[in-house]
Design a protein around this ligand. Structure first.
Ligand code: CU
Length: 142
């Protein structure tokens, strides 16, 4: 019985590693500005698509947050406003930059609080249902 459980766990881990290794998305400087406990947070990262096919991100999840949305900032009569994006296309061979004042991940309903140096684990989900894992490092805003 114990042996079977161990085997199942080992296979799960193996599958997970393969899935991670398979993602053509590479993430540069993934981070999240430190925020007061309970507050909605943001996620920033440069996403580089090193694969042959375009990837359309449509959703994101994290065990540490109730809900995540893709957002963009737009100028509306001189005022910056956030708007939800239904999808974010990362063209083959290109980079998409999520940064302060621009496109970003919006992290709603934090479970617990985060300190400088913590990691927020996010799975970005594409239109084919594939998951792309990225760890956002929590740090003070520059
Ligand atoms: Cu936002």
């Amino acid at each position: 019985m114990i042996r079977i459980q161990f085997l199942a766990a080992a296979m799960l881990l193996l599958g997970l590693n393969l899935a991670l290794a398979d993602s053509p998305l590479k993430f540069e400087d993934p981070w999240s500005p430190l925020a007061p406990p309970g507050r909605t947070m943001a996620g920033f990262v440069t996403i580089h698509n090193q694969g042959d096919a375009d990837i359309t991100l449509v959703d994101a999840t994290s065990p540490q947050f109730g809900r995540i949305e893709l957002h963009t900032m737009t100028m509306d009569e001189g005022v910056m406003r956030m708007r939800r994006l239904d999808e974010l296309v990362v063209t083959s061979g290109r980079k998409v930059v999520l940064q302060p004042g621009g496109r970003h991940l919006m992290l709603f309903e934090p479970e617990g609080s985060f300190e400088d140096g913590d990691t927020i684990n996010v799975d970005l989900i594409d239109s084919d249902g594939n998951q792309h894992s990225v760890g956002l490092r929590v740090r003070p805003r520059d």
